[in-house]
Design a protein around this ligand. Structure first.
Ligand code: FE
Length: 208
């Protein structure tokens, strides 16, 4: 079965001024969809029909197949990213996640400041990440399509897309503003907390 574009977990207008319906329409409906379509075309040609998305990403990495890796990893990265966002309801981390954040960074605000710094400092296209590295929280970033799925020491918790297509419509070239507004207002902390079980990878996977 070919991979499909997952539906957004909220309406296109639900993220308000922080991420417009127009951004979501292009980013999800066109950019993400293109990665899905290319992954299907390439995986079929390369004898990987029937493999799950995560299996396709790992096979592409092992074979050094950059076009297949880029498209399949971007399909997974975006499928994860949409779930990291939620309508603005002044949500903040609670419970175990809040305790871990306070231990590692001092406070949620300090975590957000560090994540913003990572997102803004990442040169050119890529993704800023909060990951679980064994039992510790870690902030990092990955270049282009690279993904935690290809790194054993990275269990995904939260990501921010810092490709220009993620923010140009709403924020023009102002990546710092985009990072601050999105991280401060529309993060789905419940989803981040769920991922503390180390199974975030499965939440953006698709069967083959
Ligand atoms: Fe993107």
């Amino acid at each position: 079965m070919p991979f499909t574009l997952p539906e957004l977990p909220y309406g296109q207008g639900a993220l308000g001024q922080f991420m417009s319906a127009e951004t979501l329409s292009f980013h999800h409906g066109k950019h993400h969809k293109a990665y899905v379509d290319k992954t299907n075309a390439l995986a079929g040609e390369k004898g990987l029909a029937g493999a799950s998305l995560v299996e396709v990403i790992r096979a592409a990495r092992e074979r050094g197949d950059q076009p297949l890796f880029n498209n399949s990893a971007q399909h997974w990265n975006h499928s994860f990213y949409w779930q990291c966002l939620a309508p603005p309801e002044a949500q903040r981390p609670t419970g175990k996640l809040a305790r871990m954040i306070n231990e590692a960074f001092g406070s949620t605000e300090q975590l957000l400041a560090k994540l913003k710094e990572e997102a803004v400092g990442h040169f050119s296209n890529g993704w800023a990440w909060l990951v679980l590295d064994r039992d510790a929280l870690r902030i990092t970033s990955l270049h282009d399509a690279d993904t935690p799925v290809a790194h054993e020491d990275m269990r995904p918790l939260l990501t921010l897309d810092v490709w220009e297509h993620a923010y140009y419509i709403d924020y023009r070239n102002a990546r710092p503003d985009f990072a601050e507004k999105v991280l401060g207002n529309i993060v789905n902390w419940e989803f981040v907390a769920e991922n503390l079980d180390g199974r975030g990878e499965e939440r953006a996977n698709q069967p083959g």
